[in-house]
Ligand binder design. Structure first.
Ligand code: URA
Length: 467
């Protein structure tokens, strides 16, 4: 037996190095004892680390692992199932002889890893949605927001970026039974496990949640089964608003009747259930100044189950007049480059980070203006809704605004373009320049940037081909 010791059993990079080494040394799965498997670390010294017998074909070659496998493994390793590490290694081992193994939808190892990854992704989604902060005043008089959450899996670190992005300017702590995360506005620290008793009692923030929930609760759409699926009972004890559920359900019919009588919008603020609802919603949206400028909102277009989603900044002059995304000059640059890369635009869902056209009037002209970060962040509600419904595997972000809409931060395009980044919900985000930028350039710079753009799309095409 070979002992594979992982100091942190959810550290994907460490697992990857260890697994790579073992495959290279030709150690078959049945000869590896993964420590950390039972989360106690016990057992790690029970196995003698004898030098493994090396299988020459594997020892000499590189280790094969498709991106699809890596993505699955990154999620699955966070599962609390003690068998996840041996299972992942067995799959990696088998992939060496059968690189298309993941395509075998009936394979029990493939099914098992996919199930683990799915449960982890769901847990992450629930943590994003159901962490509730309460405020405490610290010794220096500043406020800190503290939350208690009990995830099913080892997802705390994997969700940290999301909370840092969402609450970058606040001090906050999230306590869990396994560890605690603390953000002071500049650095993220990890601390020991917390307990529910460490979180403060009810306060004004809680009132906000209660008010928010009351306002989004739409009796006309009440479906108790679906609600329980989305907000399982086990989370209720830490959700202040859940205390209202019984009363709200009880009063639902009355409220529905009164909503119909008063003509109130049935969809106000509840997450849209279809792309058609989003199209309706954005046309009425007045949450930011751009939405209030009276222009036509432009909805995303393309197959509702597209593998590839493309996200630009906002509709331009032509797009606003015609009501379709990317049909003006920037759209033509995009179409041409996609065609050259062999990506069929008709298979992609094309949309924008901001749904209305922001411009400054100059006589008869409407000059494009960049949306602010705040406007993009406000409009993310709609982009998230599109993403949740379409469920793309890969998203192409065009320019910094598109990327901010997806990532919740403004990336440096020059440094991060042409590679797969991971969005807050785990989707792959492929970043490149905005085609309008290419249109503004001249001469050699234009030629150079066109080539870079083409190379980024070629990389994306390869990634799509690899599945
Ligand atoms: N630019 C964008 O970002 N989106 C469009 O739809 C058109 C131009």
């Amino acid at each position: 037996m070979i002992a594979a010791n992982l100091a942190e059993p959810d550290d994907f990079e460490v697992w990857r190095e260890e697994a790579r080494r073992l495959v290279q040394q030709g150690v078959p799965p049945q000869e590896v004892a993964w420590s950390g498997v039972d989360d106690t670390g016990a057992g790690s010294d029970l196995f003698a680390a004898a030098a493994p017998a090396v299988v020459p074909s594997l020892a000499s070659g590189g280790v094969r692992a498709s991106r699809a496998f890596m993505d699955l493994a990154k999620s699955a390793i966070l599962h609390s199932d003690p068998q996840r590490l041996p299972l992942l290694y067995r799959l990696l081992w088998r992939l060496q002889d059968n690189p298309r193994l993941l395509d075998d939808a009936a394979d029990t190892d493939v099914l098992a890893v996919e199930r683990l990854a799915k449960q982890v992704r769901r847990d992450i989604h629930k943590m994003h949605a159901f962490v509730r902060f309460r405020s405490v005043r610290e010794d220096d008089g500043q406020e800190r927001y503290v939350a208690w959450f009990e995830p099913d899996h080892r997802i705390e670190r994997a969700t940290a970026d999301f909370f840092v992005g969402r609450f970058a300017n606040q001090r906050w702590s999230i306590l869990t039974p396994r560890l605690s995360l603390h953000w002071d506005g500049t650095a993220l620290l990890e601390g020991p496990a917390g307990s529910r008793a460490d979180t403060p009692g009810e306060d004004a923030t809680e009132e906000l949640w209660l008010g928010y929930y009351r306002s989004i609760f739409n009796p006309a759409r009440l479906k108790v089964g679906a609600m329980l699926k989305e907000m399982p009972r086990k989370y209720w004890k830490n959700l202040p608003e859940a205390r209202q559920i019984h009363d709200l359900i009880a009063g639902a019919q009355k409220r529905e009747a009164s909503m119909i009588a008063t003509g109130a919008s049935l969809f106000a603020d509840a997450a849209p259930r279809s792309l058609a609802e989003i199209a309706n919603g954005i046309s009425e949206c007045r949450r930011c100044a751009i939405g209030c400028n009276g222009t036509r909102a432009v909805m995303g277009e393309g197959p509702g189950d597209a593998t590839l989603m493309i996200v630009g900044e906002q509709p331009g002059d032509n797009e606003e007049r015609e009501g379709h995304p990317f049909i003006g000059p920037a759209g033509q640059v995009l179409d041409q480059a996609m065609h050259e890369a062999g990506i069929d635009r008709g298979t992609a869902y094309v949309t924008n980070a901001v749904k209305h056209f922001k411009f400054a009037p100059r006589g008869k002209l409407r000059l494009h203006q960049n949306p602010t970060a705040g406007e993009i962040d406000t409009c993310r509600w709609w982009l998230d809704a599109e993403r949740t419904l379409v469920k793309p595997k890969v998203i192409l972000a065009l320019g910094a605004s598109g990327a901010r809409g997806l990532l919740g931060r403004t990336p440096a395009i020059g440094r991060e373009r042409g590679q797969a980044l991971t969005g807050p919900d785990g989707t792959q985000v492929w970043l490149t320049a905005h085609p309008s930028y290419l249109l503004r350039l001249e001469g050699a710079a234009k030629e150079r940037e066109h080539q870079k753009f083409a190379a980024d799309l070629a990389g994306l095409a390869r990634m799509l081909d690899e599945g």
